[in-house]
Design a protein around this ligand. Structure first.
Ligand code: AMP
Length: 284
């Protein structure tokens, strides 16, 4: 496994792989790797000849007052995990490498970024969209792997890849969860023991909402069911719960699937997000 920190080094390594007709897969991450990230790596390892993992805590996707400074950075451990999964190349650039002082360009995806996390994290999706376009242009993969855990992000990336004609296949991967249902997240390590015990209530509440949709209910009824369910866990402060159409994240209040029900909620200062996509109506 090679570890490189500059863009020319990535281009040289990936260029050599492409010259051998290798299929290149890329997994962009902010590091602090867990089984969720590793499930993406394993999928890429199965599907591609040459696997590139990027580790970059992207400052532009943190809103003012968020946890950029204290976001977990564990590079040595991440590199050992990547190596064990058979990653070929790790790109772990500095902030200066990604954002030299003269950068002036930002990528903005309209509409899909306006609801859900958008209003609560000003600038977040512009930061994500811009860094993902840069990472795709730098690593030039055939396939790029993203988690459904960040469902809005996944749909924003699908949209920008189509709109900007980026020649990459975006692969969405299922959310990996703890046995009690909590979605794995690098931010779970901020939780106290008491908060950790409360944390699965978010997924449980979303399951209640998903069941409403699966039975042919409306998004607004599903949202209400999530609010009611989460209220039974007093440690949680719900930020939003929204039911939307999975493809374009539009909000209509027509009943039934397909629908994604997504929520963000705080345990103390820690903000957790999760979602469930309901594809089909359940036979009653
Ligand atoms: P992050 O390091 O949080 O930016 O995440 C990097 C990638 O891993 C993103 O595509 C995430 O959606 C994905 N990811 C994070 N947590 C999970 C999870 N629990 N299951 C599946 N994918 C995940």
């Amino acid at each position: 496994m090679e570890v490189v920190r500059t863009i020319p080094e990535v281009r040289a390594q990936v260029g050599a792989a492409r010259a051998r007709d290798f299929t290149v897969g890329c997994i962009p991450t902010m590091g602090a790797l867990h089984e969720g990230h590793l499930s993406l790596v394993r999928r890429a390892r199965e599907e591609c000849h040459y696997v590139v993992l990027t580790i970059f805590v992207n400052p532009t996707q943190f809103s003012p007052g968020e946890d950029f400074a204290r976001y977990p950075r564990q590079e040595e451990r991440d590199l050992a995990l990547a190596e064990a999964e058979g990653v070929d190349l790790v790109f772990a650039p500095s902030v200066e490498e990604m954002y030299p002082p003269d950068v002036r360009t930002t990528v903005h995806v309209a509409e899909l970024t306006e609801g859900m996390c958008g209003p609560h994290r000003p600038g977040h999706f512009d930061g994500v969209a811009t860094v993902v376009v840069k990472l795709l242009n730098i690593t030039t993969p055939h396939r790029a792997y993203f988690g459904e855990k960040d469902f809005q992000q996944l749909q924003v990336i699908r949209r920008l890849v189509a709109d900007l004609n980026i020649p990459v296949e975006v692969i969405g991967c299922a959310t990996v969860r703890e046995p009690d249902g909590l979605a794995l997240s690098s931010r779970n390590m901020y939780l106290t023991q008491e908060q950790r015990r409360a944390a699965p209530a978010l997924y449980r509440a979303l399951q209640v909402g998903a069941a409403v949709i699966a039975k042919g209910g409306r998004g607004s009824d599903a949202e209400e069911a999530v609010r009611t369910s989460l209220a039974s866990e007093p440690l949680f402060q719900l930020q939003y719960v929204e039911a939307r159409r999975p493809d374009d994240l539009r909000r209509d209040d027509l009943p039934g699937p397909p629908m994604v029900i997504a929520a963000a909620a705080f345990l103390g200062d820690t903000r957790l997000i999760d979602n469930i996509v309901v594809q089909k109506e359940l036979d009653q």
